[in-house]
Design a binder for this molecule. Structure first.
Ligand SMILES: [Zn+2]
Length: 98
């Protein structure tokens, strides 16, 4: 669930960056390079988040949701199910050392 939220934030940032770059077209020409640079930076940031979410999700513990019985990935010891939002707790044997 937290994973999905992070991914949504990254996608939203990408949209914002495109909007910023596009808005530069309507302002005086001197502003355009700045909006392009700002948009590009936000885009890089969003892509960075997106790839880190992907890399992190590879080594997250997987738990079967008690409600919908689908396998969901968890961030931390408590997280919501990715599909139905039910709070899921990590079983004792899967808890790594902190
Ligand atoms: Zn579920």
């Amino acid at each position: 669930m937290k994973l999905n939220r992070l991914r949504n934030i990254a996608l939203l940032l990408m949209l914002v960056s495109f909007a910023v770059m596009y808005l530069g077209v309507f302002w005086p020409h001197t502003v355009l390079p700045f909006t392009l640079a700002a948009g590009f930076l936000i885009l890089m940031w969003a892509i960075g988040i997106y790839f880190r979410v992907g890399a992190v999700s590879m080594r997250l513990p997987q738990v079967e949701c008690p409600n919908c019985h689908r396998v969901t990935k968890m961030i931390g010891r408590e997280d919501g199910c990715m599909y139905c939002g039910t709070p899921v707790h990590l079983p004792e044997e899967q808890q790594g050392p902190r």
